[in-house]
Design a protein around this ligand. Sequence first.
Ligand code: WT7
Length: 697
Amino acid sequence: LNNHNHNHHFRHADSTASPPSSAVAKISHLKAVVLGDAPASEEDDVVLPSHDFSRQALVPSQQKYLEMYKASIENPAGFWSGIASSEFYWKQRWGDQVYSENLDVRRGNIKIEWFKGGITNVCYNCLDRNIDAGLADKIALYWESNEPGFDATLTYSQLLQRVCQLANYLKSVGVRKGDAVVVYLPMLMELPITMLACARIGAVHSVVFAGFSSESLAQRIVDCKPKVVITCNAVKRGPKTILLKDIVDAALIDSANKGIFVDVCLTYENQLALKREKTKWKEGRDIWWEDVVPKYPTSCDVQWVDAEDPLFLLYTSGSTGKPKGVLHTTGGYMVYTATTFKYAFDYKDSDVYWCTADCGWITGHSYVTYGPMLNGATVLLYEGAPNYPDPGRCWDIVDKYKVTIFYTAPTLVRSLMRDGDEASYFSNLYVTRYSRKSLRVLGSVGEPINPIGGSRCPISDTWWQTETGGFMITPLPGAWPQKPGSATFPFFGVQPVIVDEKGVELDGECSGYLCVKSSWPGAFRTLYGDHERYETTYFKPFPGYYFTGDGCRRDKDGYHWLTGRVDDVINVSGHRIGTAEVESALVSHPQCAEAAVVGVEHQVKGQGIYAFVTPVEGISYSEELRKSLILTVRTQIGAFAAPDKIHWAPALPKTRSGKIMRRILRKIAARQLDELGDTSTLADPGVVDQLIKLADT
Ligand code: WT7
């Protein structure tokens, strides 16, 4: 897999399977079929779903997709209320209106509501409803430790008991409907247990990815003011032990200094990583999970909530320094994640599903916890690093649990290929030692892909965002001929449009800004505490539409090709990072006068972080300064946001009005020096030559 949207024909990694000479090449039992020999462009590379796959698929043909899509667009209320009432439990049905919306800032405040007045509970729908339907003894969670040989399982009824115990504990310490709970946990079973326990009592979880620094965690705690923070003492990732509780301690000091006091820090003792005796402790505030939670009853009444009551907050990056608290509500999100999961992965009851994303990101919310559990699926959680103890670990896990649906990010696969060569990786022992024959559907997210290699499984290249709650543009395996690298067509109920700078909708083959017309059930409803920023960022740029921040091309056959962010957000290893966040971390360094950050192509991460830095007057460039700048970003945001390159800049290219010309910086970062374009509008065009000279120092 690689992330280039380039213009050449797809090869097969397995060169022994000679490339198709004419119309059809049989690759293996799922028979991915490649048409044509040397097509003129990527758009002509079409992979048809195999006949066998389509025959058993939920949506077996293009025609069936089109029928359902048409119904969903012509009558969204009918389409979604049909699914909502037949597949979920509602204590009380919604009112007369299935949904109401205003996506046009010219007509007043932006508002999206689905199933308003409907009373339900997402945890009940994930657990109790499935148990009542006979899934009590079905495996809900398989857990695989970072250390090979350590694992655990929970059936649906065991999971419910664990969830209820935690829910009862949370109630006992005063957590009520609407209260925020911040969760800073790695991929232990306790993470989905916590999410579900919060949902059960109507509390709003805010999971913070356990790779964020204490300062980032503190920023989120200060924003949403939780009564309780839930964490664990430590985690092992590959050979490293990470002391999570220390990070939480620092964050709690930081937030207390800003006037926000957290009553309880519930800490799970992750014995495989660290014994409790070695954990720093603050009596009165810190409580061991194992000492209290198991003492509570294994059943807990459900807190019934309105469909529009909040389910969770998840912070994500934008184009300013301050992270945005994306708020998702209950009913629409529930219906949307469950339905997208079911169709995009062609879910069957017998599937074993593994999504490699961490629950700290939206992918883990919608497609580790909620979407699969709502379908009563068996979900695998992997705690550790994908390359530990060796780059074959993922395939070892696939074979061990007979994983049938594998959902991952292209960057993960690239990170396993040490020399970046997919052909040699997929023909080496780390892969060929394992059969992987249980796999039947692959999913990909986060960035465009070009799947190269003897693939026999359909790949769902799912395009979506934290804000959208669930898949927006995605193939339905079995329905459409796929074009590798294209996310293909919209999911039911989604109307993507491509607009020009003026906001005019473009037709046919076109390229421009990707927007969405009208709402879908999984859409976020606001940015926590800042509805104005919600409107300004997403609905003002192109009035009447939700603006995604992505560029997109539609080809002659109507397929969608995502072309990357058009704002100051970069996509590093499938994670979104705002350039402004990295810049403000850099300039907080006492020796940094100015910084400008751009994304640059990166072999493994998709995009890397490239920082131009101007030191303060009198400070000269040094290796020491470089290291200390990077450390500043790591401690302020997290290791994953550390710049890959610091480029010393005596000055930055600016217009006469003082605006940094990022277009030029991007070209310099990419070393596309003959494509710098017009530099005559710069206040000082000489700056560009200086920067080029310093490029490799
Ligand atoms: C951004 C959203 C939604 C989970 C992953 C990240 C990019 C997402 C694809 C894809 C090309 C993609 C977009 C989008 N993106 N999926 N299949 N092909 N680009 O969620 O952090 O909210 O980031 O990821 O640029 O806007 P996120």
